[in-house]
Every structure is written in C-alpha cells, then in structure tokens.
Ligand binder design. Structure first.
Ligand SMILES: Nc1ncnc2c1ncn2[C@@H]1O[C@H](COP(=O)(O)OP(=O)(O)OP(=O)(O)O)[C@@H](O)[C@H]1O
Ligand SMILES: [Mg+2]
Length: 275
C-alpha cells in the first residue's frame, strides 16, 4: 500500500479535485484505491453522493477510543463508489470536534497512519484529502503519508499560503522517521492571465526542486464531472485537465519506482558487503 496526502492550508486550491482525479486514474491502471475524507466539510464525501450530515460511520471513528481501531472496525467504515475499484471512507460533521478538542493531545497525530497500516493488505493506494486548516487532521495525513502533494492555485494569494504550508512541512520533517517527499502541483493554470503566468514564474524560481514542471490547466469539465459525481477521467477521458492529471500520476509512479529500485540496489549492495 502507498499512502499519498493531498494538503494545503489554503482553501479552494484543488485538493479534493486532485484527490478524485488521481484516484480515478489509478483505478484505471487496475489498482485498488481508497480515498479518505479528512475534511469535516465533506466535499469528497458529497462528491461520491453521500450526505456527510446523515452519516454515523465516518473517519471520526478512527479517533475514538484509546487505541488503534481494529481491522474489521476500519473496514466497516469503507463504502463503495460508482467507480469500480474505488472505495471511500466518508466524513461526518463530528470530525470537526476532533479538530477542536484533540489538537495537541499526545498520540492523536498518528491515528490515521496506524489505521492505514492495519488495512495495508486491502488497497494498493490510499489518498488522504485534507481540510485547509493546520490541525490534528492535517498532521495525521502528513504523518501517515509517503508522499505529499501540495496543490497550489496559480494566483498571488495562493503563493502566500504556500509559504505557510512550507513551514508546516519543515516542522513535520523534523518529527518523521522517514523524510517526507513532497510535490507542489500548480493548479487552475490559465496561460491567458497575467496572474497565472507570473505566479507560475515565482513558483519555478522559489520551489524549483519540488515543483512538478507541468501544470493542471483551468478546465470547466472538472466542475461538470463533480456535479455528475463522476471522476473526471470517466466524464471526459481526454479532457485537458484529465490529460494533465494523467501526466502527474505517471510522473509520481515513475519517481516511486525509481526510489524502490534505488532501495533494492542499496539493500543488495549492503547484503553483499555483509555476506
Ligand atoms: N483545474 C481546474 N479548473 C477549473 N476548476 C477547478 C479546477 N480545479 C478545481 N476546480 C474547481 O475549484 C473549486 C475548488 O476546488 P476543490 O474543491 O478541489 O479545492 P479544495 O482545495 O479541495 O477546497 P477546500 O479547501 O475547500 O477543501 C471547485 O469548484 C472545483 O470544481
Ligand atoms: Mg477540499
């Protein structure tokens, strides 16, 4: 299982859209994918036709009790979507109380990561959709993931938000046993507007090492897909944004493979040295 988090402290930058788009594309590759709604507002949950207000089983349960939830109890939270191979752990408004009451409590930041390791054998990929708030929910995602995607809208205010997000990542880096690989994804790019072009230039200068070189373009088909509750690749398989998200997925998969191969080589080398 590989766990990706999609996070940014700034709202409305394309986190949920990126989660849904990448999840849909991963299922097309034959992977079993779980998306987890860590946002009490429940956009991801609503996207797949569930009403967060009427749900009693949700991500909230992962934070209940004193210890990690059992495998059966976690799997009982998983619901199907209309997309073959794509499952969801929905949210409910109760999750907001976790954010309010449990931020800063010992051990609370590791609940999601522990739960995902309990169900490791059940899914190939888990995508964690975060709220636009730095609190215990986002911290859980940043602690649980192997890879963090940071969607950034190509406009001036979003760049300010990214500075805050970068400080958060630096803080998390210090607390994690393994380094956090993160990729900044420029979203809603419109090359006809000065704001998009100049903010992309700033991103390229300031975040050269972590910025995915391509961009996700503005594409109204994404909104249409969300209205219909379809993942974008089902709605418009060759649309501009879907093509861009496909490139992003391929880029990440290739990078992950490279890391895996390097680890294998290093292991082999060290075995040969100690044999
Ligand atoms: N590339 C795009 N082109 C056009 N519209 C987009 C694009 N990406 C996202 N949107 C639209 O922008 C709005 C915000 O996107 P989304 O909900 O994914 O952001 P978010 O970061 O998850 O927001 P929040 O912080 O509220 O959770 C939605 O209406 C979505 O359909
Ligand atoms: Mg969202």
């Amino acid at each position: 299982m590989r766990v990706w988090a999609i996070a940014n402290q700034k709202g409305g930058v394309g986190k949920t859209t990126s989660t849904v788009s990448l999840a849909g594309l991963l299922t097309e590759q034959g992977h079993k994918v779980l998306v987890v709604d860590l946002d009490p507002h429940g956009s991801l949950t609503s996207y797949f036709g569930y009403d967060p207000d009427s749900l009693t089983s949700s991500t909230y349960q992962l934070f209940q009790g004193d210890d990690v939830v059992s495998k059966d109890a976690i799997l009982a939270l998983v619901v199907d979507t209309a997309v073959p191979g794509l499952s969801l752990i929905p949210t409910s408004p109760a999750l907001a109380t976790v954010e309010r009451q449990m931020t800063g409590k010992d051990g609370m930041g590791l609940r999601v990561g522990k739960a995902m390791s309990v169900i490791e054998a059940e899914f190939d990929y888990v995508l964690l959709d975060c709220p636009p708030v730095l609190g215990v929910l986002m911290i859980n995602a940043l602690a649980a993931c192997e890879r963090l995607l940071v969607p950034v809208q190509t406009e001036f205010l979003a760049l300010k938000g990214l500075e805050r997000m970068t400080r958060t990542m630096q803080m998390i880096q210090k607390a994690r046993p393994q380094p956090l690989t993160f990729t900044i994804v420029a979203t809603m790019f419109d090359r006809r507007t000065q704001a998009s072009v100049s903010s992309l230039n700033v991103l390229r200068k300031q975040y050269a090492d972590n910025l995915w070189r391509t961009t996700i373009p503005v594409d109204t088909k994404l909104r249409d897909a969300s209205r219909l509750g379809k993942v974008p690749s089902q709605h418009d398989p060759e649309g501009r944004a879907v093509r861009a998200y496909r490139q992003l997925m391929n880029y990440i998969l290739a990078e992950d493979k490279q890391v895996e191969d390097d680890q294998k080589d290093a292991k082999q080398a060290s075995e040969q040295l100690t044999a």
